[in-house]
Design a protein around this ligand. Sequence first.
Ligand code: FAD
Ligand code: NAD
Length: 474
Amino acid sequence: MAENFDVVVIGAGPAGYHAAIRAAQLGLKVACIDAALGKDGKPALGGTCLRVGCIPSKALLDSSRQFHNLQHLFGEHGISAKDAKIDVKTMVGRKDKIVKQFTGGIAMLFKANKVTPFYGFGTLHPNRVVKVKQHDGTEVELQGKHVILAAGSDSIELPFARFDGKHVVDNVGALDFEEVPKRLGVIGAGVIGLELGSVWKRLGSEVTILEAMPDFLAAADAEVARTALKEFKKQGLDIKLGAKVSKAEVKKNEVHLTYNDGKADHSLVVDKLLVAVGRKAASKGLLAEGTGVKLNERGQIEVDEHCATGVEGVWAVGDCVRGPMLAHKGFEEGIAVAELIAGLPGHVNFDTIPWVIYTEPEIAWVGKTEKQLKDEGIPFKTGSFPFAAVGRAVAMAEPAGFVKVIAHEETDRILGMHLVGVNVSELVHEGVLAMEFHGSAEDLARICHAHPTLSEAIHDAAMAVDKRAIHKAN
Ligand code: FAD
Ligand code: NAD
């Protein structure tokens, strides 16, 4: 006999656990299924984000940043420490503790909100029946009035560089190296390649990043990308653009790579290889025959703007559907679908989803780039302001980067904000808020910003849109 629920969620990552908790808050009877196990072999909720993504990567970025600053930045403050060392085991252990705290936190939140967890692999069958193969080998059957598919994503593997967990790894392996690799190769100068490449570079690896595309961070504002690339190169990250890898062979504890830069073949020998060329929807085994749920050519579950699959009562959210693969995009979709199921309005504004890359300097943006606006024929004006002219940034010895505000040429409405510099992961939300409230550059320019703060860069950039920045020549 199937157990009945109002809502059955498959996947307890950011999208799934938000959907489950919000649905339970709204008085619905909810089950949430997740197959993942933690490093200790026990069930671990929270998905890629909490186990092997956002949180562990930021833990290592922070540890490595402290180590790097101790060696390279503190001197400027008159602080010196001789023979700084990094104990990788302690650093990774700290990361593991944080992961455990947060994955365990989701289990506690489920308990507090009366969400019933099932630990095992869930498959959707016709008529919203979900069969769960539990870790103890037993199977349970759940009947949902609604089913939310939140299966997330997996790393894309290259046919010539299969993951072996030892020499050729994805994010999972690169978050768990037992020592600093002397030479680290990275395929893909995207978000993971840059963040995890930075971690190991700061700890002493020679890092070479091979990127197939000729442009660096093509999705970002071109000036932001140029500034970031210059800073990364200064830090010693060797980023080779237009580099197409054709071979990666493991020989005698080394990985031998062959790549072509458009001019000639080159070889590169590294101790570890991180492959970070994107992620794909995790739809394998999720759907039994005859559910009616469709996948697109990229293997993503097809949904409309409300995350409905077209099959009555079946929804899909997060990385397994279209749109950016970001935890906070999944959060919002999970909440929106739970609210729609409960008969409330639910909506995600794709125009104001912020992007952040947690490198040094950080990169962040919201809204459109100049290139997108040009392509769309939308008239615009821009104002930018460098952190080198912001007292607080200079006092922090963090003068790199700038803020750019883009506003509509005629209406002055803010269309985008692009930032590169210290703590811009936090600052970008002023742009998000302004855009959500349909604000103009004039609005931002007239808002009193505390002095001295990094946010003054936004204030002056907004004033620069009308060529009236105070702290620079316009
Ligand atoms: P997931 O987090 O992938 O969760 C899906 C869950 O469903 C998993 O636990 C999986 O085991 C489970 N599952 C799948 N199929 C089944 C099934 N059939 N039965 C039972 N369980 C199933 N995003 C950010 O916004 N900020 C960041 O800083 C950031 N950093 C990242 C760093 C790295 C290294 C990586 C890899 C990703 C990062 N991301 C970041 C992306 C972010 O992790 C994802 O966008 C987010 O986790 C997607 O959430 P989700 O709920 O859709 O899927
Ligand atoms: P990505 O899409 O960010 O970058 C992949 C890069 O690999 C691209 O630049 C692409 O041109 C390049 N590439 C693809 N095939 C290649 C090949 N054969 N040879 C060389 N280069 C190749 O993907 P990712 O870095 O793997 O990250 C996956 C997703 O995870 C991201 O899209 C992002 O949504 C999410 N993520 C987000 C954050 C964050 O928000 N800070 C951090 C990590 C991951």
